[in-house]
Design a protein around this ligand. Sequence first.
Ligand code: TA6
Length: 290
Amino acid sequence: MSSAAATSVATVPNEKSPVEIHKGINGLEKVILRDIRGSSVESNFKPPKPIRGGIPICFPQFSNLGSLEAHGFARNRFWIVDPSPPPFPTHSSNKKYVDLLLKPSEEDTKIWPHSFEFRLRVTLGPAGDLMLTSRIRNTNTDGKPFTFTFAYHTYFSVSDISEVRVEGLETLDYLDNLQNRQRFTEQGDAITFESEVDKIYLSTPTKIAILDHEKKRTFVIRKDGLPDAVVWNPWDKKAKAMADFGDDEYKHMLCVEAAAVEKPITLKPGEEWRGRQELSTVPSSYCSGQ
Ligand code: TA6
């Protein structure tokens, strides 16, 4: 996501033919080359392909649960710094934050015929804790409600996936994406990994712990408004089949995604939904409970 383009104009040796470079936080967005006769050539840089890493925002559709591109279009759009953020209650002043805003373009409304305002506050706490608060408002003027699914598609960097446990999802029901999304019940006392996992856990607790044994640290996810949690590791075969994934990278990553999937969210015009996740890291030697 990038803020509004801050235009910086660089000139080439011949003063009369400036090159205008538009940059956003995602890097180069647009270059305009003006020649001495005043005509210009412009090249737009399309937003990058899905970024594999960080916390892609899946909206208005999670995965292929609808007719849009996988995970919807929000993660592939340029956002702007919100010029007029409404007050965010429960914000503690010692934390730094940025408010971003996404509204649909004309192109977007051709594929998803709704108006919305998606406000995202990214907050960084003094201990490196990161909070994402999404506020999505239906701004349709035709009286139409809309329905969406959502996920923070968070990529965690782990030392060795075979030494990782996820706590908080035991005994829960899940939909297994590797078995036609059939419903099962988790049996283990914690989730461990020895092959591809792609599960949507349902009605999950507000806190989930990811224990990285080797690094003796635990990632803690705290969430509100996001009842489900997706757990995904492609393992070796699937990783090899993904062009932008190194063969061994699956050993050092795990996606645990606070989500709203099983029960899609419907908003009437004027209604707003909020979904929040807070990520923190605590030292641990395989004992969670933080
Ligand atoms: O969130 C899990 C999942 O839907 C997997 O089924 C897999 O397709 C993955 O997302 C793809 O993530 P990506 O970041 O490549 O869009």
